[in-house]
Ligand binder design. Structure first.
Ligand code: G4P
Length: 329
């Protein structure tokens, strides 16, 4: 469970300065926040509907949809509403930030998408690795269409692809990389309208940035937790010690070796204890003490979360392909 700091309202701030306001208390209740702490709930019900409408209205202008997901959480970073919004448009998946994900899991996810007849590629927009596969993948996805254009004499027609994805998944980085410029960054705040943004990325190839903000969907507490682990939600609204404890439990159960190696712990030490106790152990091993010899668990939590988020703890995937029955697309 994710725990919000006592007194926070039913909203979450994202690391790109956007704020998501919850429609009801369900999510925070699931995070252990009491009802009286939910007094100042604000919700802008129009936002998601507006983005959906915008995406729908642009579908006629484009040939395919590139769905950007975070390779560490291919399930949790996918807004399941997209399936109906994108409707019958050819689509494919870009697993971005694969430099921080478990490569074996990324390959499993690519196979899983393939089983569902969805092409998927792995990308690392930090280094540009995998970028060369993008245009060939689009051409492959649109092979029948391109053949039909050619037969009608429309050879060389510009291919138009809409890039969609929740905030922080790397859309701007991807578009910047593809178009080799730095114009893609725009504000993702409720109330700030994003205009249509087309980018030419090569001869006969245009990308359209997501019109509007496609919020992540906190439809299950584990999804919310994973979005918080990767740092999509600003830590100052969350109980970071609780969050780090939950992350440590996950790492203990799924990636014990890099975890133990990093914090010089043994499996015997951590196999039967709760997340918070693992956090205390990390603090003790790192000498994070405050006056009186107490462990500075706040500092330990910040260290664990940072080291996970910048992949110092290793390449880790939180959504396992074998455990997700649905790909949500
Ligand atoms: P968005 O438009 O979807 O909101 O995402 P954006 O491109 O702004 O990327 C969000 C953060 O993720 C940025 O880091 C960006 O550098 C990082 N990022 C994007 N793609 C990749 C990738 O493939 N691998 C890694 N490791 N990181 C990636 P930031 O700290 O917010 O900003 P910056 O100062 O690094 O640019």
């Amino acid at each position: 469970m994710v725990q919000a700091k006592a007194g926070t309202t039913a909203s979450l701030e994202f690391t790109n300065n956007s704020t998501f306001h919850f429609p009801n208390s369900t999510f925070f209740k699931s995070m252990g926040v009491k009802m009286e702490e939910l007094k100042s709930i604000q919700w802008f019900p129009g936002h998601m509907t507006k983005t959906k409408r915008k995406i729908e209205s642009q579908l006629k202008l484009i040939d395919a949809v590139a769905i950007l997901l975070d390779a560490r959480i291919p399930y949790s970073s996918c807004n399941p509403d997209l399936r109906s919004v994108v409707n019958n448009k050819p689509r494919f998946v870009v697993l971005n930030k694969c430099d921080m994900a478990d490569s074996a899991e990324t390959q499993k996810w690519i196979r899983k998408f393939k089983e569902k007849n969805i092409s998927a590629i792995a990308l690392d927009c930090k280094s540009g690795k995998g970028l060369n596969a993008f245009i060939p993948t689009v051409k492959n996805v649109l092979a029948d269409k391109i053949q039909s254009w050619n037969s009608k004499g429309m050879t060389g027609r510009t291919i138009k692809v809409m890039v969609v994805g929740i905030p922080n998944v790397g859309k701007s980085s991807f578009i910047n990389r593809m178009s080799k410029q730095s114009r893609a960054k725009v504000e993702d705040r409720p109330g700030v309208t994003r205009g249509n943004q087309w980018f030419t990325v090569g001869k006969g190839f245009d990308l359209l940035d997501t019109p509007g903000v496609l919020w992540p969907k906190f439809d299950d507490k584990l999804v919310g937790e994973k979005l918080a682990f990767i740092g999509s939600v600003k830590d100052d609204v969350l109980d970071t010690e609780h969050l780090a404890g939950r992350l440590l439990e996950y790492l203990r159960d799924n990636y014990p070796e890099p975890l133990c190696a990093r914090y010089k712990m043994t499996m015997q030490e951590i196999s039967d204890i709760q997340g918070y106790e693992i956090l205390e152990l990390v603090g003790r091993k790192r000498g994070m003490l405050i006056s009186g010899g107490e462990i500075n668990t706040e500092r330990a939590a910040a260290t664990v979360l940072d080291e996970f988020r910048n992949a110092t703890l290793g390449k880790i995937t939180l959504d396992k392909a074998d455990e997700c029955t649905d790909v949500r697309i």
